[in-house]
Design a protein around this ligand. Sequence first.
Ligand SMILES: Nc1ncnc2c1ncn2[C@@H]1O[C@H](COP(=O)(O)OP(=O)(O)OP(=O)(O)O)[C@@H](O)[C@H]1O
Ligand SMILES: Nc1nc2c(c(=O)[nH]1)N[C@H]1C(S)=C(S)[C@@H](COP(=O)(O)O)O[C@H]1N2
Length: 193
Amino acid sequence: MSSTAHPVRPIGTGSIGTDPVRIGVVTVSDRASQGVYEDKGGPAIIATLTRLIVSPWVAESRVIPDDRDGIAATLAGLADETGCGLIVTTGGTGPAPRDVTPEATEQVCDKMMPGFGELMRKVSLQVVPTAILSRQTAGIRGSCLIVNLPGKPSAIDDCLMAVFPAIPYCLDLIGAGRIDTDPAVCRSFRPGS
Ligand SMILES: Nc1ncnc2c1ncn2[C@@H]1O[C@H](COP(=O)(O)OP(=O)(O)OP(=O)(O)O)[C@@H](O)[C@H]1O
Ligand SMILES: Nc1nc2c(c(=O)[nH]1)N[C@H]1C(S)=C(S)[C@@H](COP(=O)(O)O)O[C@H]1N2
């Protein structure tokens, strides 16, 4: 895990009013990044976020190969320079030699949030027995929450819907900006409100 301090926005100052929250959408795939197949992961993340979020947000999309340093640099750049409050990755979470997204995530984060991976695997196990093969995790870099999803486009909705109720409050706590969800789609939980 990274030991240096990363930009933290004072709580309550991130993306207030009309400022949209920036959300990084990162597809990690050798073949999608080479154009061997069309990326379906990034658009699937955007489709789920569009159903979930009713407050202003903008997507910052990237399609990159399974290279640890490249993934780490992309995540750090989206968090520190682009000012993303949330980054969602897809791909590279499995056991194959080139699957290194969790390692790159841990490399750039100040603290890990293991509950996200635990819940996503639990929910995914209802769908596929191979859910245990995903090492997907989540962590905080400065004022940005990074969440890994598996590469299968069909996994994206299952996993994001499971953890999203906790994401707006997590973003509040790290000064990442306010996200409001459509209560008919997802009841986000803010203790005390
Ligand atoms: N971004 C994507 N867009 C469309 N289909 C995908 C994407 N990522 C994965 N898939 C599909 O899901 C399958 C399993 O995904 P996985 O991430 O294990 O791929 P992979 O074998 O690591 O290869 P690559 O990194 O080249 O995508 C792939 O073989 C492909 O059919
Ligand atoms: N919900 C869900 N989770 C899933 C899957 C899936 O199809 N749906 N595929 C599994 C499989 S087969 C693998 S190998 C791991 C890792 O996938 P990745 O390397 O593409 O990230 O995610 C697992 N988690």
